[in-house]
Design a protein around this ligand. Sequence first.
Ligand SMILES: [Zn+2]
Length: 436
Amino acid sequence: MNRETLLLRGGRVLDPWTGTDSVQDVRVEDGRISALGNALKPEGAREIDARGLWVLPGCFDMHIHLRQPGRSDEETVETGLLGAARGGFTDVACMPNTDPALDHPFLLIALLEQAKRSGRARLHPIAAATKGRKGESPADYASLFAAGAVAVSDDGDPVRDAAVARRCLELLRSHDRVLIEHAEDPALSGRGVMHEGLVSLELGRPGIPAASEDLCVERDIVLARLTGARVHIAHISSKGVVAALRRARAEGLALTGETAPHYFWFTDEDTRRPDGIFRVNPPLRSLDHQEALLEGIQDGTITVLATDHAPHSPEEKAQPFGQAPPGFLGLETALAASHAALVVPGHIQPLHWASLWTRGPREALGLAPNRIAEGQPADLTVFDPKVKWRVEAARFASKSRNTPFDGMELTGRPVLTILAGQLTFDATRTEESALP
Ligand SMILES: [Zn+2]
């Protein structure tokens, strides 16, 4: 990784913080954006022809699973952050459902140490909402936030007891931090393995009703109203959640929500395969849910896209559908898949799409803006919206291969990732030099 002086020539600058959508040169020097404008002089900078490319603030994936500690055969901080850089991300937030769960400051400090050594992306750990993710009592938030936690979550599970969730929210309110809720009612989900609907009935597999997700979110809205705390709903897949979130936000409650690119590409029809490749939680639902997610994005109810990057070993994903662990890789396909599903067909404008990966997550977490402006740290993602490419899981940086996009053609791809002025990914050079 080298910190050179760069001049991005003639790219389309998309800055959701200022609403900027215009062709400009961007000069990067000493880790900062040193100039913006037209016909900037090279002055010794390495010039990159960015004509036809989009220049975004550094993209942020606020929902990934690094499998450290516990399953470093599936992913590590090193491989996860390398995948993030190649996927166009300068920042990622990792979930605490590791083994042990991230409920102690020492665990966060160890992860942040490893992330610093990697240098490929900024890591923002999300701490466990409850001790050991057991759902019994809130973790020690003061020490976790002091150690660098950016939010809390029991992701993988909801905070299932309403009284415990209330206590967590009261504490979070005093820290001005957000609870990220994995919205699910465990009793209603029962032994379900896929979306409950016509396809699950036909296949004879136990279903997870959308009501399971809806019920948890309705409860959280009530608790957000009671406590005044901030709640972010993870991986929304249900139309009921979109409607509930819309109402809650109109009421002025501090709720935000994310959905993931795979929900725009696949439905429960894709889960007919006998193996577990298409198993994910919340499950791929029916078309009416997919349409509601799109409306939720279009009208600003859902302000965040996140991958829920969940590495699993090939052996585990090859098991029969009902036994395979739920989850997909996402880091190295996210920008392309969301661009191809949302921008290419004209559902949303490029600036809106950029916001879902930049401003949306930073606002949900309460982090400072990362504007494209003179003097700002040079955190940039340069994206080629025209290039068509075929997903090859075998070439991923991830230690795992479980992507439902394998073999598919997508339109658009990150070409440069710049973190504090350092190129952490550079596809303009040969493939080899883009590798570590
Ligand atoms: Zn989850």
